[in-house]
Design a protein around this ligand. Structure first.
Ligand code: 5GP
Ligand code: MG
Length: 170
């Protein structure tokens, strides 16, 4: 395994994203994390938000799956729906990594039909060169090359999620 983005760099960038997001969300936002990859990133992001924003912030998770083991099947299915109603809310969908865009597109479509007040996206990592569907990433941590990465929530067959840095499996 080779370190692609070290811990300090990841943490610094998450701090910057938190500042940007805090400035843009003055009303009560709803963060929607896409499991399992977004969990560590979303919590780190929340941790870096200004104190005064926390009382107005709600968060929830959805789970979608397109992988069976280590194989991306390309077919996205809903595994766990939201618990919180999104109608009229300012929703920020958060994912660990956007690759083909299929997962994020699926979640955006689903939320869109429930009539949120606004809908934006945030991803720690973006492999934009691999995009099959044009989905917007409004807040992007890092643009990365086309390589399979692990760490900070990203797994290889459920392993390596807990790493504090982003690594490439060789
Ligand atoms: P997409 O639907 O955009 O093709 O892929 C999104 C999902 O695929 C991510 O949420 C993640 O679960 C998985 N994925 C895509 N690329 C990578 C990668 O490089 N490493 C890991 N661990 N997962 C990835
Ligand atoms: Mg995922």
């Amino acid at each position: 395994m080779k370190v692609l983005i070290d811990r300090e760099t990841v943490e610094r960038r998450i701090g910057e994203l938190a500042v940007e997001i805090a400035a843009d969300y003055l009303e009560a936002p709803l963060f929607v994390g896409i499991l399992t990859g977004a969990a560590q990133f979303m919590m780190a992001l929340i941790d870096r938000l200004p104190e005064e924003m926390l009382a107005k912030l709600d968060y929830d998770f959805v789970d979608v799956s397109s992988y069976q083991g280590t194989e991306n099947t390309g077919q996205v299915v809903l595994v766990k729906d939201l618990t919180i109603a999104v109608e009229g809310r300012d929703v920020l969908v958060i994912d660990g990594i956007v690759d083909t865009g299929r997962s994020l597109d699926f979640v955006l479509d689903m939320i869109c039909t429930r009539r949120p007040h606004s809908l934006k996206t945030c991803a720690l990592l973006d492999k934009s060169a691999r995009r099959a569907l044009q989905v917007p990433v409004d807040y992007c941590g890092f643009e990365i090359e086309d390589a399979f990465v692990v760490g900070y929530g990203m797994d290889y067959d459920q392993r390596y999620r807990a790493l504090h840095h982003i690594a490439i499996i060789e």
